[in-house]
Design a protein around this ligand. Structure first.
Ligand code: 5GP
Length: 178
């Protein structure tokens, strides 16, 4: 696996430090609010399990899975819900945990969908953002790192369902997917 990586962008220590910072801020902002933290499967699983253990207030968790109809390393923007949440979100404070925002189309769809459940508040916590790739206006409330348009894997992010278990985030060698 390691030999398929061209460059390591964020190592374990850098990710750990960023998650502690995000967790600290979320602990302050959600003190006493008992938020519902919704992880978007499968990419956000690793980030989700780390971030919730850094939030020092009572919370509940749920998961949602989207399927995006694209192939390879490009997303089509056509999104459907594959696994829905089980929690009633009405009047709850909701935090969406996503691995990466590229065009922003998945997150836009997701926020519109979750808003229909009438939450008391709805915020986004995103590990990686590709600001130059956005095709829609997206507000990210809590952000890990900004990156360029390169295709990254590791720490939950996959190519062809592989590399999710790498403990760091790296740029995949082009010859692997081209
Ligand atoms: P968007 O709808 O913002 O274009 O796409 C978001 C989804 O595309 C992410 O949840 C992720 O599944 C996938 N994606 C976008 N960029 C990358 C990337 O650099 N690496 C990986 N592994 N997935 C990506």
């Amino acid at each position: 696996m390691n030999s398929d990586i061209a460059t390591v962008l964020f190592n374990e220590g850098t990710i750990e430090k960023k998650i502690r910072e995000l967790g600290h801020q979320l602990s302050i902002d959600y003190e006493g609010k008992e938020p519902v933290v919704i992880g978007i499967l499968n990419g956000a699983v690793v980030f989700m399990t780390d971030i919730i253990r850094n939030i020092r207030t009572s919370l509940t968790i749920d998961f949602l899975s989207l399927s995006s109809y694209g192939s390879g390393t490009k997303s089509s923007g056509i999104v459907k819900i594959r696994k829905d949440i089980d929690t009633n979100l009405e009047n709850r404070h909701v935090i969406v945990i996503e691995d990466i925002v590229d065009t922003g189309l998945s997150l836009k769809y997701l926020l519109e969908y979750l808003n229909k459940h009438k939450p008391a508040s709805l915020k986004t916590c995103i590990l990686l953002d590709k600001p130059k790739a956005h095709k829609v206006d997206i507000h990210i409330d809590y952000k890990g790192f900004e990156i360029g348009n390169e295709f990254v894997v590791g720490y939950g992010l996959d190519f062809d369902e592989k590399y999710r278990n790498l403990p760091y985030i790296g740029i995949l060698k082009k010859e692997i997917y081209s």
